[in-house]
Design a binder for this molecule. Structure first.
Ligand SMILES: O=C[C@H](O)[C@@H](O)CC(=O)C(=O)O
Ligand SMILES: [Zn+2]
Length: 301
């Protein structure tokens, strides 16, 4: 009896450790989902396969290698020391960006990133594109406050120049209205109208006070996957993110600083309990931001 109790406690401990390892995302990978299988998922399974909960771990770089266009979604939180971007097992490369490009957006306090000896200081919401071939990337601690860098990295076969992009340099669009609760500013930071990239597109969208809906009406783009990273979600507020084929949608409740994956066949849209901001990042077959198949709200199921 006593031995059984001990064994159960041990098994529970092992299970907790494995779960913790799988979902704390120091280095994790996520396989792609077929839309027919998607229909069967429980809330728990949906969250395991689409929600990235713990991207920021103190003094760590977190990598989630997704099998959606091999986009890596990651977070960096240098607190007591600067952190170097190192290649790891999943990449089987001499250095991280040997066959990849990377886009970084600062979502914390002002902090710098050094790329092959060149230092770029990034204010909150500023972006840095790092071209394929960069060997040494170092994320610095913030001089004041907490440094939080969100990044996306995609396979790349050509080097384009590393460049910082400020909010003033972004292509900015205002969409929606307060009447339809979706008044928002879209800032296209790392897109082909601003700078050349191989396949990565990134930007950020901010909702005006009183507006809660992003990407409504929604769309799909079968040629590109997308990842949404929600930030500036006020304490105790949440975002309800919608995913799935337009006629078979599900939802995931998302907290501040969490990301959601959107397969090419899925809509990606959300409604918050208050206004918030989010980063969108895409990889795939073209660099045409306007390549979207719009869905009329009346056709959503
Ligand atoms: O493919 C583009 C992306 O889904 C986002 O840029 C949409 C968005 O930010 C919005 O409408 O609020
Ligand atoms: Zn989209």
């Amino acid at each position: 009896m006593r031995l059984q109790t001990v064994s159960i406690i041990f098994l529970v401990y092992i299970a907790q450790t494995i779960t913790h390892l799988a979902f704390s995302y120091m280095n994790a990978s996520i396989y792609a989902v077929h839309p027919d299988d998607f229909k069967q998922y429980t809330t728990t399974r949906l969250r395991e396969l689409f929600l990235l909960e713990n991207l920021f771990l103190t003094d760590n770089i977190t990598n989630v290698y997704t099998h959606y266009d091999r986009l890596i979604v990651g977070g960096v939180n240098p607190v007591t020391k600067n952190l170097s971007l190192l290649s790891y097992d999943a990449l089987k490369s001499a250095y991280y960006l040997e066959r990849r490009e990377m886009g970084i957006i600062n979502v914390g306090d002002a902090a710098a990133v050094t790329v092959d000896g060149q230092t770029f200081s990034l204010e909150k919401k500023e972006a840095l594109y790092i071209g394929q071939g960069a060997k040494e990337v170092v994320f610095h601690t913030a001089t004041k406050g907490n440094a939080l860098f969100y990044f996306n990295s995609a396979p790349a076969h050509k080097h384009y120049p590393t460049r910082k992009v400020t909010l003033a340099e972004a292509e900015t669009v205002e969409l929606g209205s307060l009447e339809s609760s979706n008044h928002r500013t879209i800032r296209k930071l790392l897109v082909n109208s601003v700078l050349p990239t191989c396949q990565l597109q990134m930007g950020l969208t901010e909702l005006k006070a009183g507006s809660v809906w992003n990407t409504m009406p929604p769309h799909t783009h079968d040629r590109r996957m997308e990842a949404y990273f929600y930030f500036d979600v006020k304490p105790a507020e949440m975002v309800c993110h919608f995913l799935g084929q337009p006629d078979e949608t599900r939802h995931i409740w998302v907290k501040n600083n969490q990301a959601v994956l959107s397969p090419p066949w899925s809509i990606h849209s959300g409604a918050g309990t208050s206004n918030y901001a989010f980063i969108w990042g895409m990889a795939g077959e073209n660099l045409d931001y306007a390549d979207m198949d719009a869905v009329k709200p009346e056709n959503l199921r």
